[in-house]
Design a protein around this ligand. Sequence first.
Ligand code: AMP
Length: 196
Amino acid sequence: MTSSPPRKPRCARFSPQGAKKHLGRPGVFLERAYVALGSNLGDPQATVQAALAALNDLPRSSIIAVSSLYLSAPVGLRNQPDFVNAVAALDTHLSADALLEELFAIEARFGRRREFHHAPRTLDLDLLLYGDETRGAARLTLPHPRMHERAFVLLPLVEIAPDAVIPGHGPAAALLEDVRDQSLTRLEPVLAGKTA
Ligand code: AMP
């Protein structure tokens, strides 16, 4: 009986079209990043789905897990539609700064205008975690400065990464207790049964 050669381990890739994507040259630094998506204008569910496809198309990056979609009440300015939220795990060879630039570019493609703080938005993308990197610059704070206090970030994050640790705050799962009073409704899973 012939046995097949051992298969190289590989991550399951999120792929709307079913295509696999080469992440880069072997040996090039690969980092795990988590991105939060939010939308409350137009067709938010369709926007979030399209944004996930855009994230997966980023150069030298690939989505490896996507949470369910969630419906959340707006924070700050109450008199606006509910948000659709999700979190995606991304393996990337981009630096944190380059990834943030790409997120801004995707937001712009979806017509986001930064009108005022807490304004309704077609698409909001936040870089939650980039490996275990920490930094405090206004342009890019890591981990995202408010992620630990938002149910619409923590719950989808824990769904796809139950062991995720937020530097400076500890395990994400342990923080859920503190946000249990925040309204959050789980919509359908984007990809069933995937964890990062
Ligand atoms: P917001 O309007 O809430 O999406 O905030 C966007 C602003 O936050 C931009 O000026 C970003 O440069 C800055 N920012 C700082 N840290 C982050 C982060 N981790 N992810 C996304 N934006 C960030």
